[in-house]
Design a protein around this ligand. Sequence first.
Ligand code: MOS
Length: 741
Amino acid sequence: MTTTAHPDTPIGRDYTRVEGPLKVTGRAQYAADHRFPGMLYAVPVGATVGKGRIRGIEAGVARGMPGVHKVYTRENIGRFPRVDEKTAKLDEYRPPMEDDVIRYYGQYVAVVVADTLEQAIAAATAVYVDYDEQVPDVSMDLVPDEEPAVESERGDAQGEFDRAAIRIDHTYTTPPETNNPLELHATVAVYDEAQGFTLYESSQGVVNHKAAMVRMLEVPEDRVRIITEHVGSGFGSKLWPWGHSVLAAAAARDLGRPVKLVLSRRMMFHNVGHRSNTRQRVRLSATKDGRLTSLQHDYLFHVAREEYHKENCGEATAFLYSTPNLRVTYGSARRDIAPTTSMRGPGAVPGLYAIESAMDELAIELGLDPVELRLRNEPERDEGANLPFSSRHLRECLLQGAERFGWARRDPRIGSMRRDGLILGWGMAACSWMAMRLKAQAQVELRADGTVRVASATQDIGTGTYTVVAQMAAFVLGVPLDRIEVALGDTTLPPGPTSGGSMATGSLVPAVLAAARDAVGRLADCAVRAGLLEAEPPGGWRVTDGRLHGADRPPSSGVPFEQALRTAGLDRIAGQGSAEGSEADPAFKRHSNHSFGAHFVEVTWEPAIARLRLSRVATVIDAGRIINPRTGRNQIEGAIVMGLGMGLLEETSYDRRNGAPVNNNLADYMVATNADAPEIDVHFVEYPDTVLNELGARGIGEIGLAGVAAAITSAVHHATGVRVRDLPVKIEDLLASGAAG
Ligand code: MOS
């Protein structure tokens, strides 16, 4: 059987989010919105020291307070077995309250459960913990614990660098950043003797979450169900389960009542991960005409005392530019700091801040336009992996971005460009992000009322997954989107991919298309058996506008699928689709698979009042076929605004005395807001990448953030003459230089 796309393909068309009405009317149910009769409220107690040991916990007062049902400590919560990496992924493998050792400030030491949130908060403050306290090491100096390891190497980078006449050698640092999704992490745990656990979670990966909980709660597979209908973003902090989830679940089982546990914003700064700080030395050498002769990228990052998460800054280094000599090394420093995690564009984002900053500095050294420098170093193939690119159009991104931004009008002299009394700074940077597919399954159900239901246990983390999944089904079935229902975020559905690494959409394509085609095939068999249609036509079956017909015959010759179902006496028919991850795909492995892009930014600088603003951005992205340009642009816009935060605002500061994040709230930890957002022009160059999937769609969540901070600091340099190599840019950096003169 063959089916082909509906001629008026819904792929590549703008659709507003199908769940939009639920969200704007407040009917969308996020994890913490779930409430049940008899539900209790849990509030964890976090360590107030950054290192040490618990000598004892005095919970008597708290236990006697109004509304308190129970105060859990490691004495009475029970033991949770450790999850091994093959079973499920976690960023903190040590289960909560496993021992009495304090490894970071805020580590869970007790949990109070009470009738109301207020009672639980009050009682949590009355739990007295006696610590044997030590001074934690939360130093931001990155001295590696061990000799850095080589990540990628070709030629003789150091030898070439030593001989070169034109070279730059600079060190760039990025601070710890804290993932601050709008929606707080939360678990509403319901336990039932018959059903087991139902956990309402704010999760980027319900399938993995379930696997971890099955192990930690020691129950059979079919006794844990994870539900995540909507997510108010996660930015990586919700990829893998954190300790609060198992605490809520254990309390619900023990008390026989539903338990809600919502983290406070303050807790979000130490209980659900953060992006490591990084220190990156970049050495480049080049010929006089701007060809890179060597590139060295040596990067360091901090990690928690017992957990390891690599901040993979070298992600794009080995293939972004052509150079015969290259060496990338990495190392880490253990600190008494909460576990680190993925934060949007993990690795590549800080990595490209350093690499792209260095490229800008090299362009200045050479007296060459920074766009031209990049064009001159465009590789033919991935020189790191020695593979052809599946689809690389960085050159076009650079050229089209320059065109859209008006880059040709740039006067490279520092402080030379002005508008309305403001000094303008123009900067640019390239970006890249990996493309991959995770294993995925989906089900497509055709129903006798003419509607379609697509189901997969993946998540919509605010990115538009509900909408693009509906578009994928519509692509095969030709049914309008308002007749397609999409069910996600529930482990009773066929297992779907984690919403991470910008991989969910690309991973779902083969599974959803296969499921839709399987449903069509099954329907056709029924229609033939019911005598509605003749035996399979030579060209196979096709569905056009919801009508099943022979591919070689007009749609009018066929029957609407709902009629076929009714004639066959069926209420519905379901097709299944599944696809292995790209790792198992030989064509994928024969290529280097990445997305690319270029950002052009303008800052305005008002020296008299030391005001720096990001005023304008033009971004061109090569992410293959864009299934829904509207939600796609939205992803890139959001990422650019996050890049503004990285460049100018975000930094987590830790108290050296006790390891507490001192700016643990949204007043002191600044994230970019609407008022900060510049005018943003997003454009996609659309080259379907059919190595990745049939529709040629790669992911777009993270690439928009990569490179933005480098473009901003380059623009700041252009405006002020100050090169900021330690993010974020602070006004003091600019004042200290006399730039405000
Ligand atoms: Mo993304 S940091 O993989 O959620």
